[in-house]
Design a protein around this ligand. Structure first.
Ligand code: HEM
Ligand SMILES: *[C@@H]1O[C@H](CO)[C@@H](O)[C@H](O)[C@H]1NC(C)=O
Ligand SMILES: *[C@@H]1O[C@H](CO)[C@@H](O)[C@H](O)[C@H]1NC(C)=O
Length: 244
């Protein structure tokens, strides 16, 4: 019969065993939390990666592109301000800011081209800042991972939005903007060094979104009869400074 193993042998055996199992646990943990390789996702699969399971990476989808946002855990994890984006595609909420109920949808129905462009810019933000881990099968990608008609429509609309914004910037640079200042004691004030402050409506898909955006411009006296100009409420017709 072999002699019984010494206490020393047993304890070093246990030490090695403990070390090995710790390594295995670490490796296992690593294999779970590391970024998945790019692949196709279903909505149900994606839903598991909503940040509530500490052992899983946090994923979100925008326009059907899925990103690992684990490094932004403070925003996307439980208690984070943008936790609702995790584990789903809530593309619309990037523009509506509505993170509740039906606001959490991937539909961009009825948004203006500028707004759709803004969602596409968010996707660019994630591409640059986080890790792309694949595509969500659904509204934006089909079973084969090819872009759907809907996604192509979105891309086209976004391009038009970007062009409109560019044009608007160009137009706006031709008419001088008012100076403006805001202070606790005096409130808001706009004024012109040359000309008179007027509110001017920005062009855009107003009919679609019901949004009216205005800016303050300085018009010369002979331009004041142009259409689409509005005198500030409570401000004289030829005042060079108005309280807002
Ligand atoms: C449509 C509304 C909004 C959307 C969709 C939105 C979305 C986001 C997202 C996705 C992030 C995380 C970016 C990242 O991964 O690093 C973020 C960060 C942030 N947001 Fe918003 N946001 C909105 C409105 C606001 C408003 C109104 C405020 C402030 C009054 C605000 C303040 C911030 C700040 C300060 C950060 C950075 C926090 C940090 O880096 O620690 N956001 N936002
Ligand atoms: C969030 O993920 C966990 C598992 O990771 C899952 O049990 C839970 O149902 C998910 N929540 C939602 C709202 O899908
Ligand atoms: C968000 O959207 C839901 C459903 O469309 C609506 O009932 C709710 O009033 C919205 N909330 C905000 C803050 O806009």
């Amino acid at each position: 019969m072999a002699p019984p193993p010494s206490l020393k042998a047993i304890s070093s055996f246990l030490l090695v065993l403990g070390f090995l199992s710790a390594m295995v646990a670490l490796l296992y943990q690593y294999s779970l939390t590391r970024s998945p390789k790019p692949r196709l996702w279903t909505a149900d699969e994606l839903a598991l990666y909503n940040g509530t399971d500490e052992g899983l990476p946090i994923l979100l989808s925008i326009l059907g592109s899925v990103f690992d946002v684990t490094k932004g855990k403070s925003h996307y994890g439980p208690g984070g301000g943008y936790h609702q984006f995790s584990g789903r595609d809530a593309s619309r909420a990037f523009i509506s800011g509505n993170f509740t109920g039906d606001g959490l949808t991937d539909s961009l129905q009825g948004l203006s081209s500028e707004q759709v462009n803004s969602v596409v810019n968010w996707r660019k933000f994630y591409t640059e800042r986080y890790i792309f881990v694949g595509k969500l099968v659904g509204r934006y990608y089909d079973q084969e991972g090819n872009p759907t008609k809907y996604l192509k429509g979105v891309e086209t609309k976004a391009k038009r939005g970007a062009q409109l914004l560019e044009k608007q910037k160009n137009e706006e640079s031709k008419i001088p903007a008012c100076n403006s200042r805001w202070s606790q004691s005096e409130g808001g004030k706009v004024w012109c060094d040359e000309g008179y402050p007027r509110l001017m409506r920005r062009p855009g898909d107003i009919a679609l979104t019901g949004q009216i955006s205005q800016r303050c411009v300085c018009m010369k006296e002979e331009e004041l009869t142009k259409p689409g100009l509005e005198v500030y409420k409570g401000c004289d017709y030829l005042s060079t400074s108005c309280v807002v």
